[in-house]
Design a binder for this molecule. Sequence first.
Ligand code: NCD
Length: 317
Amino acid sequence: MNNENNFKVPHIIGIKNMTEDYIQSILDEAFLIKRNPSKYTEELKGKILSLAFWEASTRTRLSFESAILRLGGRTLGFSSQVGTSIEKGESLSDTITMLAGYSDCIVLRHPRRGSAKLAARVADKYGVPVISGGSGSQEHPTQALLDIFTIQEFHHRLSGLNVGIVGDLRYSRTISSLLFALSKFGRNTIYYLSHPSLKLQEELEYDLNSVDLELTKAESLSDMIGDLDVLYVTRLQKERFPDPMLYNKVKGSYQIQKDILKAAKSDLIILHPLPRVDEIPYSVDSLPQAKYFEQAKNGVYTRMALLKKVMKFNLNK
Ligand code: NCD
């Protein structure tokens, strides 16, 4: 089940409180959809999905759009505050109230931690589910779903894996959600590597203490590469750095050069939520281990599966 706080409808706020069964049911459906995506064009016919994006997005917004279109529904929304009444000072909760009246489900991306939960509390009154497309540096649940879908697709399992995570552990919401997701399936070991100023947030580390996940600090990329089944790379989240000087100091600290991958297992997969800046050079794209574009494409199938599940739970419409 995925029902936090006795909500009336199943909002997708984070992975942290989702059960393994709920996650697996979405992945199973997504695998079926990927095999034959054109079979589902009547599923959400007549339904409207709001895409409310306070922050920049390419993949999350457009793959949600592709997903609802492939399910027979339509979208409305905005991709920045520009041109909306948010510029006039309208609050998040009033904006969500409006969208709950105009649509059957709301995907929200917002820079504030806690924003998805607040939006869910508002939209719940109208029986409209909210799906987080990223809330500050806190969580990005649908990204984690497509990440683990891709891991399962290539490794045929979600437990007993060695996963290396490299980049911005402090501000990357995709890493928080991925770690919670992997913790549900058991016996996974995480090797993490970042600049000392970009370590995991204390709150997240605390939460991860009580889950089934082994966390091991790696000293270098070459130290861990030979053990890994998955290498998950993120960009530094420049926009979340409190001090631009710090960004300039740490940028470019980790790059996945082709040479280092020679020591990798033959079935290693390299994932990245994208966009990349300079963490993965273009020369890596042609290696068989580079799966980040397939991963991004999987966003459509996992989001189709999720929309199908969440929007069919909609009580009032
Ligand atoms: C990520 C995000 O917005 O957190 N992007 C995405 O949804 N694929 C990662 C990022 O921006 O670095």
